[in-house]
Design a protein. Structure first.
Length: 135
C-alpha cells in the first residue's frame, strides 16, 4: 500500500535530458504513475482526465516515472521522467510498491492526497471526486 505524506524526494531527467526533481511538483496538482511504455489505455484515460481539468486556472499535470523514455513525447501537461533502475526502485519502494495501474494524486504542496487504481471503476470515480476538491 502507498504511504501518505510528502512525495519522496527524487532527481531524474525528462525526455529532453533536462533535470526534473521533486521541486518541479510544487505549485501544481499531479497524477503520478510508474510505467511500462505499453500502458496506452492508462495514459489515454489520464490524458482525458487531465484535459477535462484544463478549464479553470488550475489543472492536473501528469508525471510518468519510467526507465525508458525513447519515443515518448512531452506535452505541456504530461512529463515522462527517467533515471537509473536504482533511482526508480528507491522511489517505488518509498511509495509502497504501487501496481502499474495505480495513480498517486499529489497536491500543490507535494503531499500525497490519494491513491487510485484506474482498473477499478470505483477508484476512478473517487479520483474524479478528489480532483473536484483539489482543483
Amino acid at each position: 500500500a502507498v504511504s501518505y505524506g510528502m512525495f519522496p524526494q527524487f532527481h531524474l531527467r525528462d525526455q529532453r535530458g533536462a533535470a526534473f526533481d521533486f521541486h518541479n511538483l510544487k505549485g501544481h496538482a499531479w497524477a503520478v504513475r510508474f510505467s511500462a511504455l505499453g500502458d496506452a489505455k492508462i495514459v489515454s484515460d489520464l490524458e482525458r482526465i487531465a484535459l477535462a481539468t484544463a478549464s479553470g486556472k488550475k489543472r492536473l499535470y501528469l508525471l510518468t516515472l519510467t526507465d525508458e523514455v525513447s519515443g515518448v513525447l512531452q506535452d505541456s501537461y504530461h512529463y515522462t521522467v527517467s533515471g537509473s533502475g536504482e533511482d526508480l526502485a528507491s522511489i517505488y519502494r518509498q511509495l509502497g510498491s504501487p501496481k502499474s495501474s495505480t495513480i498517486i494524486l499529489v497536491d500543490q504542496n507535494s503531499a500525497i492526497r490519494g491513491v487510485y487504481d484506474l482498473a477499478d471503476v470505483d477508484d476512478l470515480h473517487r479520483l474524479h471526486q478528489s480532483l473536484k476538491g483539489l482543483l
